[in-house]
Design a protein around this ligand. Structure first.
Ligand code: AMP
Ligand code: ZN
Length: 465
């Protein structure tokens, strides 16, 4: 498999560090609000990555942190803790807010058929591990203490901007705003490892004892601690959205490589943004849509998953209701074609058609997860199935393979209620005895109940409209 590595800025052949076992770390959500469909685009990309690796025969250990403390309203260490702000907004405790949105996040993953990572780790459960790394950073000369925080001294870490390839001078400007908040900070790009309960954080609810006084960890240190604990260092692949390149992942690299003197991860993969009206969809930007909003408008989560797969993960995807509508239609039609294809009773071996398809499909997936090309190959295969009599059994097996990567629930049949089945059977009897007026009447009745009958060469197929 070839994957694009942000670190080398090239597509590289994927060579795991430990035979067939792959360690995969994906940064998780900050649980102070619902995940928006932009966040979910990134989790779909990571899900396709995990599924593609499994399809290629690797056994994947995937770890995801859950940020439930320390992520401030600006990524550059200024502002308030997002969780504390969520608690104020909802008049709940921070712990209740974290639990509620973590559960909501897992529910979204389930609806979108995203495999839940083997290990999900809330930052607040791993504070001692984070303190241990900070101590190590002091020993190695990378950390220093001020009266309000502990910082990582970025001037001591030689290749600090190797992931983003930014000039340090650009980074300084970007984080200038944050600098003003602590005059004892040595360099503008230094970032917090630990916040003390002083100044604006005097009443911070989440707090732990540490060698530098009671306080709470900075945002980035949780990923260094959690990834090392479960995957060791280096591990194979680290992923996230592109916004993580210049700040969060840059800082994770500095902390982990500073503390342990070896690379954090071999490959870094980043998903492009979902944009809306040409602006990045963001939780704080207020332009965000959730999965629930889409469902309320009559879409099901698979329509959104399909839409996401029509764009390569490294291209921005502009969300419009029209494009979601188009994705819905394409998806429903695809499922109809599949229902027809798997019902074909032919005994003819599928032979070259499935082989040709799987070759194209595998090539697309192994070419840096090219889902749009893989989807196009699937559409082509179904057109072939409609013309040639590919046996239903082999069509099903082939689609099952493809869907183990796409995760579109292509073989899942909607449960059709008994009364609809009865009406469809009755209609069949009328059609059989050429009583077309009655048959047509029943078809309309079925449609008025929200279902549709399509007559296919292998018999009628009933689906929800
Ligand atoms: P957060 O909950 O803000 O920490 O973000 C969770 C994940 O969503 C991270 O991997 C982000 O990089 C990613 N992300 C944030 N905004 C977008 C967006 N508009 N489109 C795609 N991914 C995003
Ligand atoms: Zn992270």
């Amino acid at each position: 498999m070839k994957i694009y590595n942000t670190l080398s800025q090239k597509k590289e052949l994927f060579k795991p560090l430990h035979g067939k076992r792959v360690g995969l770390y994906t940064c998780g959500p900050t649980v102070y609000n619902y995940a928006h469909i932009g966040n979910l685009r990134t989790y779909i990309f990571e899900d396709i990555l995990e599924r593609a690796l499994e399809y290629d025969g690797y056994s994947v250990k995937r770890v995801m942190n859950i940020t439930d403390v320390g992520h401030l309203t600006s990524d550059a260490d200024s502002g308030e803790d997002k969780l504390e702000r969520g608690a104020e907004r909802e008049k709940k405790t921070v712990w209740d807010v974290a639990k509620f949105y973590t559960d909501a996040f897992f529910a979204d993953l389930k609806s979108l058929n995203i495999e839940k990572p083997k290990i999900t780790a809330p930052a607040t459960k791993f504070v001692p591990e984070q303190i241990k790394i900070i101590k190590k950073l002091f020993e190695c000369g990378f950390a220093y203490e001020t009266s309000s925080a502990v910082y990582f001294d970025t001037s001591k870490f030689k290749k600090y901007t190797k992931l983003s390839r930014q000039k340090l001078s650009e980074k300084r400007t970007a984080s200038r705003e944050a600098v003003v908040e602590d005059s004892e900070k040595r360099n503008p790009s230094d970032f917090a490892l630990w916040f003390k309960l002083v100044g604006k954080f005097k009443n911070h609810t989440m707090q732990w004892k540490s060698p530098w006084g009671t306080g709470f960890p900075g945002w980035h240190i949780e990923c260094s601690a959690i990834s090392t604990k479960f995957l060791g260092q280096p591990f194979d692949i680290h992923t996230g959205g592109i916004d993580h390149i210049p700040v969060h992942h840059t800082n994770e690299i500095a902390q982990s490589e500073g503390a342990f003197g070896k690379p954090l991860a071999k490959y870094w993969m980043h998903g492009e943004f979902l944009v809306i009206d040409q602006a990045r969809m963001g939780k704080s930007a207020g332009n965000f849509l959730t999965l629930k909003t889409l469902e309320e408008k009559g879409f099901n989560p698979m329509h959104y998953r399909y839409l996401v797969l029509t764009a390569h993960y490294r291209s921005p995807l502009n969300f419009t209701w029209e494009s979601l509508e188009a994705a819905k239609n394409a998806y429903e039609r695809l499922k109809e074609q599949i229902a027809t294809a798997v019902a074909v009773k032919s005994k003819e071996p599928a032979g070259k058609f499935t082989e040709v398809f799987l070759k194209k499909f595998n090539a697309a997936i192994n070419d840096d997860l090219n889902a749009p090309v893989a989807l196009a190959a699937l559409h082509e295969f179904l057109s072939v199935c409609a013309v040639h009599s590919v046996s239903g059994v082999s069509a099903r097996e082939t689609i099952k393979k493809a869907d183990s990567v796409l995760g579109l629930e292509l073989l899942k049949q909607d449960k059709i209620p008994a009364n609809i089945i009865r009406l469809a059977r009755e209609r069949e009897l009328y059609r059989g005895s050429k009583q077309f007026v009655q048959a047509d009447y029943l078809r309309k009745q079925i449609e008025s109940l929200g279902y549709k009958v399509s007559d296919t060469p292998s018999g009628p197929v009933v689906r929800r409209t």
